[in-house]
Design a binder for this molecule. Sequence first.
Ligand code: DAK
Length: 257
Amino acid sequence: MSYIKINNDNLISEIIIDRPEALNAMNSDVLSELTDAMKKVKSDDKTGVVIITGAGDKAFIAGADIKAMQQMNAKEAFDYGKAGQQLTMMIETSSKPVIAAVNGFALGGGCELALACHMRIVSENASFGQPEVKLGLLPGWGGTQRLPKIVGVGKAIELITTGKIINAEESYRIGLANKICPQNQLMSESRKLASSILKNGPRAISSSLRCIHDGLTMSIKEGMDIEVEEFGELFRHDERMEGLTAFIEKRDPEFRH
Ligand code: DAK
């Protein structure tokens, strides 16, 4: 059975987690299929931006699969945790922007998957939470590491230690969501964001993502060194000539043919 669908149109690949009967909870099969889907779109010439969403109108992903975890021994739990971490790393380090279109519950591992995405567009009924401590667990797919970087340490500690669930408004207020929209506009708003990114130079975009990502764990000096290195590297490629020339010729650049 396949739990993942991929739609591709105009350089936008949409990955849909399709297990609505379990609110798109991620068991090992979902995890492995989602990892394969990410690998595919990352190396695919037809993809410039990725959007990840959940099937149905209730959930993005309601978390790691609690029923499956209840049956796991320590070794299986370790492998499951490792696979989830590898997936979130693959998303976070993607050279193509990844947008989470959050259409409902983004809880536990679902929240962590959304945190690994570069941006989050959320519907009015979206909610976020790291309720793992209520289950005697901790966020094991990067939540303890990424949430503080996005919302600040104090807020992250509050969310992780209380396990409380916040609504779309609150997620926007604390900088977790980039934008809130009515549910029936979630995908069109996400595509609109993707299209505005696709107008720009793909190499410049991926270099910017690399500088931002790597800089988060470096000193300002090391981060600036990477930035200038990537800046110089852009001058080895035609892309920057098209951008600079288009400005001078007062026309839109054509970066993607
Ligand atoms: N896992 C499995 N099934 C789930 C699920 C989940 N996370 N969430 C919902 N479902 C299933 C329900 O069991 C129910 O199935 P049936 O009973 O119909 O068979 C169906 O989806 C519909 O759910 P509800 O009937 O509960 O729907 P409601 O609207 O009443 O409630 C809810 C929606 C989202 C509030 C509720 O379902 C809920 O609280 N779900 C659990 C949310 C949660 O606690 N998520 C965090 C999971 S823990 C690690 C690796 C990973 C992790 C940690 C460590 N390492 C190994 C290091 C990550 C942990 C987590 O994500």
